[in-house]
Design a protein around this ligand. Structure first.
Ligand SMILES: [Ca+2]
Length: 626
């Protein structure tokens, strides 16, 4: 097996640091790391410290202070806010439910609406616009670090398994600093992917009919890396970044998994959505109205209804229309598609269970911070890629290419509006489960503070005892825009911040306190601003823009200020990238006026990383990392 080629890379020179567990102990005992992003509330630190100090078995160093925690960051792909059982869904997710029971569920975690900008936020701690990742425009800025660059100088070993999609740093090992990586680049085939990298090295295509299934393989590689860690690096903490592709289209699942859900969704999306909403209200996850379906809104790159019927069959439906209006063949196919979506999540949960079992067997589970999110809301996309769709093949098998579609995506995003790629709540609301038995006093509780994927990195850094230096590769990095969520781990308290910002294609939003200004664009144009008070109307049903024009103006100005500042920080992509390989979309970047257009010229999900996917070793002209 190929080993990574990055042995010669080294951390930037810096003064000798205290042992990481001592740094963490200081943070827990005295809240002295308040200078980190967002700071630490003293009371929160004390509560954490009390819990950590009670966990004596977690002190293998023989000291009276805890070892720095391990991190397992798990990302689902296109999973709806309420799909998991512990968020009110019908799908069996016992492992996620157990994590929630021994940890916390956040109710207002936000993604960046799409695969690649969300991953940019998670892995770099910056808004995607700050690091040239939305739209993707060449390499990350020179000043931009990826999570392992912060953790490795503290002694961490860092492992990546699964989807990558950080096109600005296309090689997980060489560019992003991971020690080991299994990187899936073929997102169109769950049973026989053709493109994957092991430690940045291209692997042979998986043979068809070999019994391979991507989600299971991701757990297998995770176990391999963890076992190697146990053998060779037992005294060191680890980060495992496990990025599943489930349940992103194509809807590919094992037939025995689909069978468990074959009848589960026959009631249809209207009844099930009402049931989910009521369950979620009882669980305390959300309050307020269930908005109506929006059959008039689908992604602009979707196949037209007639094309869907022609290529998929008479059971396909292109709009979130009334369930009762569907024909029996339509009800049958739609319920089958949702069963496959459920099966993919069910399998992901089972495979996550194997990873957790392995960490438990290492004796490390109590001191592992597990974080689970979904990179964006469920998807209303309906396209065909990969090997195409054979209408005669068994739904969910390798020869099919089905997408969940807007009807059941609306259920998956209950109780929110719209879907993946929009920045209304349905596109950006993510489940967020945090478990850390040795460090969390509160188990099974909810946290309602608004937070965003940009907060994950500062949270990890604080828990690891890392205080990032601003200089990196000879450049000074802008301040991290996120806030550490450590105070909210201890108690349900607000995290102070000025705003949260979104911009994906022609969709825009900004949130300040409970006010959210949001607009849904079309292929070529931005839409009008809508204003919501999320305190009473998280489902965005009462547009208050006309009643509060001053608030609209104020928030629009703030959004524009963010837009201008973030793109200035990113800087133009290097000329070498512009000249060829990175294919920048200068048009969408050049102007960010009052009605900025991100033209989103593609009819299918953008493929700016086509070169990166096919030739990852030389996709972008990088300086070597120091
Ligand atoms: Ca996604």
């Amino acid at each position: 097996m190929a080993r990574h080629p990055s042995r010669t890379r080294s951390a930037p020179l810096r003064p000798p640091a205290p042992a990481p567990w001592k740094v963490l102990a200081l943070a827990l005992l005295g809240g002295v790391l308040g200078a980190g992003p967002g700071g630490v509330g003293r009371a929160g630190s004390e509560m954490l410290a009390a819990r950590a100090m009670a966990a004596e078995p977690q002190h293998p160093q023989g000291s009276q202070v805890p070892q720095p925690p391990n991190f397992l960051i798990v990302v689902a792909d296109d999973m709806g806010y309420s799909d998991a059982g512990c968020y009110g869904g019908e799908i069996a997710t016992p492992n996620l439910d157990r994590l929630a029971a021994r940890g916390l569920r956040f109710t207002q975690m936000y993604s960046a609406a799409r695969c690649w900008p969300s991953r940019a936020c998670i892995l770099t701690g910056y808004y995607a616009q700050q690091v040239r990742m939305d739209p993707p425009q060449g390499p990350l800025p020179d000043w931009c670090r990826v999570l392992p660059h912060y953790l490795k100088p503290r002694g961490y070993r860092c492992y990546h398994v699964g989807k990558w999609h950080l096109m600005g740093a296309p090689r997980p090992v060489a560019d992003a600093g991971f020690d080991r990586s299994w990187c899936l680049e073929d997102h169109n085939r769950y049973f026989a992917p053709r493109r994957a990298l092991l430690d940045d090295q291209r692997q042979p295509p998986v043979a068809e009919g070999s019994g391979f299934y991507v989600t299971t393989a991701m757990a297998d590689y995770s176990l391999e890396f963890l076992r190697q860690h146990r053998r060779e690096h037992a005294g060191r903490p680890f980060l495992l970044y496990l990025a599943f592709t489930a349940p992103h289209f194509p809807l590919h699942a094992l037939q025995e998994d689909i069978a468990r859900y074959r009848q589960r969704f026959r009631k249809g999306w209207d009844v099930l959505r009402q049931e989910r909403s009521e369950r979620m209200q009882r669980m305390g996850l959300v309050a307020g109205k269930l908005p109506p379906r929006e059959p008039e809104v689908v992604p602009f790159w979707n196949f037209a209804e007639a094309e869907l019927q022609k290529r998929i069959g008479p059971g396909e439906v292109g709009r979130a229309v009334s369930w009762e209006s569907l024909s029996e063949p339509q009800k049958d196919l739609q319920a089958t598609k949702m069963a496959i979506h459920a099966a993919m999540i069910d399998r992901m949960d089972r495979e996550l269970g194997r990873v957790l079992d392995e960490i438990r067997a290492m004796g490390a589970l109590d001191n592992t911070v597990v974080m689970f999110v979904s990179d964006n809301g469920a998807s209303a996309e309906q396209i065909i890629r990969g090997d195409g769709h054979d209408p005669g093949a068994q739904p969910g098998s390798a020869r099919t290419f089905l997408c969940l579609g807007p009807g059941f995506s609306t259920l998956a995003n209950t109780p929110f509006r719209l879907h993946k790629h929009w920045v209304h709540e349905g596109g950006i609301a993510s489940p967020f489960i945090v478990s850390w038995p040795a460090g969390l006093k509160a188990w099974g509780e909810l946290r309602h503070t608004p937070c965003h994927f940009i907060d994950l990195l500062p949270t990890v850094l604080e828990l690891a005892g890392v205080k990032p230096e601003p200089a990196w590769r000879g450049a000074v990095a802008p301040p991290l825009p996120g806030r550490s969520l450590v105070p909210a781990l201890a108690a349900d308290r607000p995290i102070a911040r000025e705003y949260l910002y979104w911009h994906h294609q022609t969709n825009r939003a900004i949130r300040v306190g409970d006010w959210k200004l949001v607009s849904a664009g079309t292929k070529d144009t931005t839409g009008p601003w809508e204003l919501y008070d999320l305190r009473t109307d998280r489902s965005e049903t009462q547009n208050l823009a006309a009643a509060h024009p001053d608030k609209v103006r104020q928030l629009e100005q703030l959004w524009q200020r963010c837009e201008d500042e973030f793109r200035r920080q990113a800087g133009p992509p290097p000329k070498a990238a512009k000249a060829g390989k990175a294919k920048p979309r200068a048009k969408s970047k050049a102007k960010t006026g009052p009605n900025p257009q991100a033209p989103a010229p593609l009819h299918s999900p953008p493929k700016p990383s086509a070169k990166a996917k096919s030739k990852p070793a030389d996709s972008f002209p990088h300086k070597p990392f120091l």
